[in-house]
Design a binder for this molecule. Sequence first.
Ligand SMILES: NC(=O)c1ccc[n+]([C@@H]2O[C@H](COP(=O)([O-])OP(=O)(O)OC[C@H]3O[C@@H](n4cnc5c(N)ncnc54)[C@H](OP(=O)(O)O)[C@@H]3O)[C@@H](O)[C@H]2O)c1
Length: 255
Amino acid sequence: MKNIAIVTGASSGIGREFVKLLLKRTEIDEIWIIARNADRLQSMVAEFGDKLKSVPMDMSNIEQIKSLTDTLKNADAKINFLINSAGFGKFGSCSDVGIDESVNMINLNISGLVAMGLVCVPFMARGSRIINIASQASFQPLPYLNVYSATKAFVRNYSRALNVELKERGITVTAVCPGWMNTAFIDRGKTDTAKSVNKFVNMVTPDVVAEKALRDSLRGRDISTYSLYVKFNRLIAKLLPQRLLMKIWLRQQRW
Ligand SMILES: NC(=O)c1ccc[n+]([C@@H]2O[C@H](COP(=O)([O-])OP(=O)(O)OC[C@H]3O[C@@H](n4cnc5c(N)ncnc54)[C@H](OP(=O)(O)O)[C@@H]3O)[C@@H](O)[C@H]2O)c1
């Protein structure tokens, strides 16, 4: 039986940083990398070597995720790490973002993440780890980022509850809550509209967030936050009324 890690959203941003960290772990035989663009996955295999296995799929399509069960059985795989990083957010008012993008965010950020976890858990054992990428946006409702912040609140709450459920099987679930990171996420999110997010306060690079998240997961933590700024935001979200938090957000964006 081979030990594998699965990283979704592996071709870019924080997902790619997790792949680099997992490559250093000698107990992992293969890292399965998932994203839609097969060419970009293949160029990662060329860059990092054939310990990586390219598994292109669209994670907003649940049938494609379910088909992974047969691939895992045929590979005789034990999953040591599942890192659910695939996700996107669209910036703008509810009518600017529209129905298709709004529902697609829910399909990928929520349904895709849940389905991937449920497919993978039967192939996990004591000591296996799930790392789900939520966001600082999960701490409060965010007008003009309303669907995205709500999907990330789901990811944070779901992951914490799942962590308690899976404790008796020795599986740890960690929700990672990054602030702004300098990745392709920002360009995919921007819209040419008045209420597209335009102030990215305290932006960091994704490598430092991934390193901290892996450390926190190995320590058995159910939440991972990087930087004093994000920790402070998490704290005030517990103390201040949500109406006030939303006003602060709007003022920060100069709206
Ligand atoms: N950047 C930030 O400021 C920030 C802050 C907090 C949380 N986050 C969260 O961090 C996670 C990773 O974002 P990132 O910043 O690393 O963004 P990124 O650089 O845009 O990476 C997104 C990755 O997800 C893949 N992906 C997108 N849609 C997919 C789909 N339908 N099916 C399968 N894969 C898909 C992309 O590849 P393909 O396009 O080829 O599919 C890419 O590999 C997301 O969950 C995001 O919500 C980001």
